[in-house]
Write a protein that binds this ligand. Structure first.
Ligand code: CA
Ligand code: CA
Length: 142
């Protein structure tokens, strides 16, 4: 199991989240599950709520939910973001990440995804001087 999670370099991923959040008020988070979820959309959404991601002030939390064993992932954005970024944006990010995952470059895929998300979020939700870190910058594992 250790080798499974070690494919995600937690230190680099957390650093990328922190870097992105220096430019945006949005909150990014990554969750890696060892499950092979039958209903990925349901699981991802459930985790989104369990992590309190729907409780940000501007409704701009984004969760990258990854189920490596199922070779699947989802990117979930709260409603504030959906009001601003179109479907094409999400699909674009997902396809870039997928290309990395297919080559088993898990950390790289996540880093690229966070980078793209961070840029877009910074445009719509620039960070204010009094920004709060509403959710811890971390990678959750389950
Ligand atoms: Ca924030
Ligand atoms: Ca945060």
């Amino acid at each position: 199991m250790a080798s499974f999670f070690s494919r995600f370099d937690s230190e680099r991923i957390v650093a990328a989240i922190s870097a992105a959040e220096r430019r945006t008020s949005a909150e990014l988070r990554v969750h890696v599950t060892k499950r092979v979820p039958e209903d990925l959309d349901f699981r991802a959404l459930r985790r989104f709520h369990l992590l309190g991601m729907a409780k940000t002030e501007q409704r701009n939390g984004v969760l990258i939910y990854i189920a490596p064993r199922a070779r699947k992932f989802r990117i979930l954005g709260d409603e504030g973001i959906h009001a601003k970024a179109g479907d094409d944006f999400w699909k674009g990010v997902a396809s870039v990440m997928e290309a990395h995952f297919r080559k088993e470059q898990f950390t790289e895929g996540v880093l690229v995804g966070i980078g793209l998300l961070g840029e877009e979020l910074a445009r719509h939700f620039p960070r204010a001087r009094d920004d709060k870190d509403e959710l811890p910058n971390k990678i959750d594992e389950e």
